[in-house]
Design a protein around this ligand. Structure first.
Ligand code: MG
Length: 254
């Protein structure tokens, strides 16, 4: 494991502790050798520009490089119409958003995407797609490399709410990564919000969202309030009419 991976894992553990208000378990003495050790996970390998890495051994793989069997059309659950290439899939413009068949809540999510090369269009009309956590909260996918748009709509923004801390975009045609830690909202039986969501994002290994608290689901020119719903919902990817590519998508439930 290289230094950056180690830093990433360390920072991730720290943020998880903060997000969940983790406390030292009083049941165990310090350094107690009877305390069960955590499960062993093969961490897999990092991706290169030429090839996707291997997901951690306990991850649910949402794209195996071959087919969209884990995905359906968001609007009606029919088979996903996006194009599958050699080890990647690509937005088929105007076919609509796609979503996972399964539902997910609190999670660690890894997504890789590639912006069209040569780039086309400007501002929001340039390589626009999006990762919708629980189908509702968008981490923006956009070509923000030497391309300007409003801050809370650029790549790695929590769209309409939080600009990324920095612009860590790679050039069009390069594979890029999002590593996302998501803690969804909770509601009581009456539908009252008892815990807002929290999200942390690393863009190409660089921290861009530091445990921010969404104001509610993503909207366009609006910030709608939270609405009571289940703890788990399908993950969605946005069709914004641009041929953005994806590969190596995996998720670990938290
Ligand atoms: Mg978008």
């Amino acid at each position: 494991m290289n230094t950056r991976s180690l830093l990433l894992v360390g920072a991730t553990a720290l943020l998880f502790a903060v997000a969940t208000n983790a406390q030292v378990d009083p049941k165990w003495e310090i350094h107690d050798r009877n305390r069960p050790n955590p499960a062993v996970v093969d961490p897999g390998t990092a991706s290169t520009q030429d090839a996707p890495g291997k997901p951690p051994s306990d991850a649910i793989v949402l794209f195996n490089g071959k087919d969209l069997s884990q995905w359906v059309e968001k609007k009606d659950g029919s088979p996903a119409k996006w194009k599958v290439g050699d080890g990647y899939f690509e937005v088929a413009p105007n076919t609509g958003d796609i979503r996972t068949k399964d539902s997910f809540g609190d999670c660690q999510l890894h997504v890789e995407f590639r912006e069209p090369d040569p780039p086309k269009g400007q501002d929001q009309d340039r390589g626009n797609s999006g990762v919708f956590l629980m189908g509702l909260y968008e981490i923006q996918v956009l070509d923000s490399y030497n391309s300007k748009t409003y801050a809370d709509g650029q790549a790695s923004a929590l769209y309409g709410q939080y600009p990324p801390l920095v612009n860590a975009s790679r050039a069009p045609g390069q594979w890029q990564t999002y590593d996302i830690i998501w803690h969804g909202p909770r509601f009581d039986a009456s539908g009252k919000l008892t815990r807002p969501a929290h999200v942390t994002v690393f863009h190409n290994g660089v921290l861009t969202q530091d445990n921010v608290e969404p104001t509610g689901p993503t909207g366009h020119h609006v910030r709608p309030p939270y609405q009571a719903g289940p703890d788990k919902l399908p993950l969605a990817l946005q069709d914004h009419d641009h041929p953005v590519r994806y590969r190596n998508i995996w998720i670990r439930a938290l």
